[in-house]
Design a binder for this molecule. Sequence first.
Ligand code: KG4
Length: 338
Amino acid sequence: MSVNILGIESSCDDTSAAVISDGLLRSNVIASQKVHEAYGGVVPELASRAHQENIVPVVSEALKRAGIDKTELTAIAFTRGPGLLGSLLVGTSFAKGMAIGLDIPLLDVNHLHAHVLSHFIRQKEDDEVPEFPFLCLLVSGGNSQIVVVRSAYDMEIVGKTIDDAAGEAFDKCAKVMGLPYPGGPHIDRLAAEGNPKAFRFSKPHIPGLDYSFSGLKTSFLYTLRDRLKEDPEFIEKNKADLAASLQATIIAILIDKLKKALEAYPVKSIAIGGGVSANSGVRKAVEEFCLRHGVRAWIPERAFTTDNAAMVATAGYFKYLEKDFCDLSLPPFSRVTV
Ligand code: KG4
C-alpha cells in the first residue's frame, strides 16, 4: 500500500496543502492572501481569518489534484512553528481534527527545517537530492540563517541575523521607495536594469557567522533622505540603480558569511532556501560562489522557495519513516526554538 502524506502549511500569509505518495510530490496548492497588500505588511488577524476561509478548499483541491481520497491518507504533516500564532492555530487545529476523524497519525514539522528539506521534494523517481552533510543558507522574510545540515533530523544553526532578516531589508527598503508589499520581487525586477555600483550602502562588521541588516536599512534610508532634499524626483529617476545597489549589497553580505561558513564547515554542497532564495541575483551569486569553491550548488525551483506545503509534506515524510509521530496535545509555537 502507498504511503500518502498530506502536508498543511499556514505559518504566515500563504495557505497551502500538498500530497506526496511514496516520497513523490503529487500536488501542491497555494492560496496567497492579497488582503495584506493595502497595509504594506502582513496583518496577523487578517491572515488567520483568510486561513480559516482557505483551508478547506485548499486541502480539498490538493487531494483532488493528487487523485487521492482522504480515506487513503496515511498521515498528516502540519507546520507547528515558527510563525504567526493565530495562523499556525488554524493549520494545527485543522490537521488535528482531520487526523482524529480519519484515525491516522500526525507529524509536526518545523517550518525552517521544512525550508531546508525543500531540496528533497521529488517530482520524479530520478530527481536528485543533496547528500549530507551540506550547508544551507536560509533567507526569508523572517529569518536569515546558515544551517549545517547533517541529516534530516540533525540541523545546527551556526549563523543567524541579530536584527532584521534579508527579506525584511528588501521589503523595508522597497517600502520607502514606494514599491508594493512584499518589495523583494519588485527590487529583483528593477535591479535587472540598474547599475549595482551606482550607490554605496554600509555593510556590517559583525564577528563570526551572524548577520545584521539593520545598518544597511538605515544607510539606505539616509541616502534617500539626503538626496530627496536636493531633488524630490530622486527616487523615481534612480529606481533601477537604487534597487541594483541595494540587492548587490545584500548579496555581498550574504556571500561574505557563507564564505566564512564554508571555511569553518568544509562541506561538498551548499543549498539555499526561503523566499529570498527566489531572488535572481542571490541565485546567480550562490551558483558562482559554489563554482569558484568547487562545491555543488542546490538552487530550489522558485515555487519551492516561498512558503509551500510540498516542503512540509516532505519533512513529514522523513518523520513518518522514523515513526516520529506527534501527540494531539502539542500546541503550535511562534518563535524559533530549535
Ligand atoms: O519564505 P517566505 O515566503 O516567508 C516569510 O518568511 O515570510 O519569504 C518571504 C520573503 C519576503 O521578504 C519577500 O520580499 C522575499 O521573500 N522575496 C524576495 C523575492 N521573492 C520573495 N526577495 C527578493 N527577491 C525575490 N525575487
